[in-house]
Design a protein around this ligand. Structure first.
Ligand code: GTP
Ligand code: MG
Ligand code: MG
Length: 333
């Protein structure tokens, strides 16, 4: 017999017990913001620093989570709905700025580990700041700020939904599904898109047009959004978790449909031309893109956030969805 919704909810609550004694206020990362902003100013005083990723999405900072930063120019911010340039020239300029920034960070904080990552889709520097927080810094890219603000706007409609998101994220990391762990294939961001898509399909959230999100209206440091304990002792959370798992196991048609926040209702692979043909074409161009588990990025043109999900990884995901029901998202073991 699989555990009841109440047991699932309470088990997941227990896994997050440590949060009740933690200071989750976003001011805890303001120090990191100040330090990074100082380094940015040393490279170019006209650049502005924005925080995005989980701290912005949830409005709380979980200990151990990295912080995502992006340096934006005045024009980037003013043209807050503009598309990010994906050209090699743009990437080159970004890498150049980040190279200078890495130098400054190393000078000012010689004990920190600063790594320039160039081979990713987006140039980034990854800083491990010893006892303080770790962070990623990118430049001239609005999409991260926009997609975080979009996810946040959804969670603000029903703040307790953050528990579902946090439960799923924790599970994805422990199960080896999350791209941040070895063998993982979907980022936390991808799992958040899955959570929100599920809630939209259930009518638990109202659709938000992605184009409505404007960087010019987003706070550089995300405001704190207090996290209250789950409602009715976790029973509701447990029901939501079981329903989320059932949705992706039995209802979502991975062979034909796309997880998407770009438009209300159903999006098909056919519609986006995310087909076997497109997979083969990409392969001929030396890219490995899979359209097995499709998650449409609301801002990046033609980008499958689930592109690393091979047929094997998709089966692995299904197996874990199954197992998650028995183990309350891997919190009982
Ligand atoms: P944790 O760091 O695991 O706590 O979660 P997080 O919510 O910060 O998510 P994550 O680090 O995965 O993502 C932070 C930001 O990176 C997102 O807001 C996205 O802008 C970007 N990002 C992460 N994964 C992808 C991806 O697969 N595709 C694209 N386009 N952007 C991504
Ligand atoms: Mg992050
Ligand atoms: Mg990150």
């Amino acid at each position: 017999m699989p555990p009841t919704a109440l047991i699932v909810g309470q088990s997941v609550m227990k896994a997050f017990q440590h949060l009740s004694t933690q200071d989750l206020h976003t001011r805890r990362v303001e120090e990191a913001y100040r330090v990074v902003a100082e380094c940015i100013t040393a490279v170019d005083p006209a650049m502005r620093l924005y925080m995005f990723g989980s701290t912005a999405v949830y409005g709380v900072h979980e200990k151990g989570s990295d912080v995502d930063f992006v340096a934006l120019s005045k024009t980037d911010v003013e043209d807050g709905k503009g598309e990010d340039a994906g050209t090699q020239v743009a990437k080159g300029l970004q890498a150049e700025f980040l190279g200078k920034l890495a130098k400054v960070v190393r000078q000012k904080h010689f004990s920190w580990n600063v790594e320039e990552v160039r081979r990713t889709r987006v140039p980034v520097i990854r800083v491990k700041g010893g006892s303080s927080v770790d962070f990623d810094i990118t430049v001239n890219r609005r999409n991260g700020v926009r997609n975080s603000a979009l996810l946040r706007a959804y969670f603000e409609q029903d703040p307790p939904c953050r528990w579902l998101s946090m439960g799923v994220k924790r599970w994805s990391k422990r199960a080896g599904l999350n791209a941040s762990v070895v063998g993982g294939s979907i980022t936390s961001y991808g799992f958040n898109l899955m959570v929100v898509y599920y809630l939209l399909q259930r009518g638990a959230l109202r659709f938000i047009q992605p184009d409505a999100i404007d960087v010019a209206n987003v706070a550089p440091v995300p405001p704190y959004l207090p996290l209250e304990p789950p409602r009715n002792d976790g029973a509701e959370l447990g029901e939501q978790i079981l329903d989320f798992l059932a949705f992706y196991m039995h209802e979502f048609d991975a062979a034909r449909h796309v997880i998407s926040l770009s438009r209300p209702g159903i999006t098909t692979k056919e519609q986006l031309n995310w087909t076997k043909n497109a997979e083969d074409l990409a392969r001929m161009n030396g890219e490995k893109i899979n359209y097995q588990w499709c998650i449409e990025d609301p801002y990046e043109l033609n980008l499958n956030v689930g592109r690393n999900v091979t047929p094997l990884k998709r089966d692995f995901l299904r197996k874990h969805l199954e197992k998650a029901r028995e183990t309350a998202l891997l919190t009982t073991t």
